[in-house]
Design a protein. Sequence first.
Length: 191
Amino acid sequence: MNPIRSRSRGVMDFSPTAPRVPEETTLDDIAAAAGISRRTFFHYFNSKDEILSAWQTGMVDAVRDAILREATDQPPLEAVCGALLKLASQHDVKSALLIARLVRSSDRLRAANQVKFVRMENAAFESLSHLWPQRTRQERLRMVAMVGLGAFRVAMDEWVDEGGKESFPKRIAKGFASLRAELEGGKADTG
């Protein structure tokens, strides 16, 4: 990976001490935060949107790697849940909320976010297929990746809508509990 692009993950991590919210952050601010000159910045990125895109690529890779670290003595859905919970616990709440709000701020960023989730589903499926390589399981593993990332998306949307009042991992756990309950025929009300 390009070293400047790998720095973009850190650049997109808008800390609580950042002088501006993401929508107001200038390209000069971003270049300075990355420790590069404006000219070097423009050699690798044309806009803040491109930095977000690079950060989103990092998220896809993180999901792939996190699932690959999960144990195979659990159901695949639990592997997806466990991996996403671990990833969520590593993110700063304020940074995650700011990035989520930035993504919602334009049609182009919302569209890119949809693509990111499809790529995350594909990465999850690839990882699950590596952990459980039996050909007869591939269709089911693809469904697990899709519903698992779907539960994650719903949990993220609700968490952002609520202003991050409860911990993100707790919100994800609730989302997966709701999914499990419905898959088991709606036996339990997780509400």
